[in-house]
Design a protein around this ligand. Sequence first.
Ligand code: UD1
Ligand code: CA
Length: 456
Amino acid sequence: MERTCLAIILAAGESTRMKSAMSKVLHPVAGRPMISHVVEALASASISDVALVVGRDAEAVSAAASTGSVTVTSFLQKERLGTGHAVLAAREAIARGYDDVLVVFGDTPLITAAPLKEARDGLAAGNDVVVIGFQTPDPTGYGRLIVEDGTLVAIREHKDATEEERRITYCNGGLMAIDGRRALDLLDRIGNANAKGEYYLTDLVEIVRSLGGRAIAVEAPEEELTGCNTRAELAYIERLWQQRRRHEMMLAGVSMIAPETVFLSWDTELAQDVLVEPHVVFGPGVRVESGAIIHAFSHVEGAHVGAGATVGPFARLRPGADLGPKSKVGNFCEVKKAEIGAGAKVNHLTYIGDAFVGAGSNIGAGTITCNYDGVNKHLTRIGANAFVGSNSSLVAPVTIGDGALVASGSVITHDVPADAVAFGRARQEIKPGRAPVLRERYEAEKTAKKKVKAAD
Ligand code: UD1
Ligand code: CA
């Protein structure tokens, strides 16, 4: 029979070292709260019973943890007395009786399903406590794993460790699997006689051994267990996350010329044969289809880019931008809440917001959809195969019909029927031979001014 499992996520800490008005587990990694990444990892390990221990910012943390298919039940840790005390906040859940109890930390967002599974395998193999450890050249701050003859004999917190113990580079990743049938009994035995005066979950190792049980440590890649206590570590975690996802994407057929300069969000979807040039930032909610090119220095968020479309360089796609196949949004253009039809071109210095641009239309340089009257937003509809001359203002609400032509420099305030030509500007006036006359006048004025100055 398959073993049952309860995961307990600890997320009640004060986050003192983050120096923030918000709990650290709410700080985003790849554009989503750290805690959501942890829940996602549990889901991918097919763990569906999750207890979340919250303290600071309890409501926001619970909300951020409720993602996807996992049912998360929150438990409040009223006082922050340490990780051992925190686990017991979920006493009620543990008491339901599980084969495996898996403790994970809300501040370890790079965790994946693999070490979670390994920890559980360790229990299935007959161990009472399984700790996931990692090797690091810089173990400062982490609990050290003291291993003798293949068994884990103790975890020593940095503050409590001797000089010699501090030289150990094998560290506690914070992920611990406990025999679910013994968990409550073991947890209730944790005391707080240590440097911090806290109830350390890590004491479980010595406790279980003193009762004749067995604890082991299993090594996992350092990257997955990197914890976040400070803003500097947050930036480091972001970097590791980005590296990992770029690599996955490149292996899946996405080209990146300078991957280290491309920033992805947790949900960025780039199809095969997408090319991303250097210095591109993807905010949340982006899907780019096959063969599209995102040129350098573009910022793309909440947007869909159709197959073979091109974006940038220096383009900004904001939420609701929907680019049809083979369409083009060029340099210094901004598109928001707008559909750009198949093959349509918005090439230079243009703002298209709250609009529909039909297939095959060409929007000239400097065109602006004036979508906002200071109070309300209005729609601009441009039909198929229309041509909007450069530097035109389309004052919404307004419709430009299929095949219509708008003269450059127009201010369009009324609908333009299909196939019509609209001149939305004053006609040009010609005065033959007038230029030399004007030039002479200007010269005379200039000389007069100089004379006045000399006389001063
Ligand atoms: C902890 C481990 C350490 C390990 C490291 C890995 C203990 C005693 N120490 O240290 O061995 O190397 O993680 O990253 O377990 N929390 C609560 N309630 C509390 C205290 C903490 O919910 O009363 C939560 C925090 O929100 C956090 C997690 O538990 O998500 C870990 O707490 P933290 O204070 O960051 O522990 P570390 O000092 O990093
Ligand atoms: Ca930590």
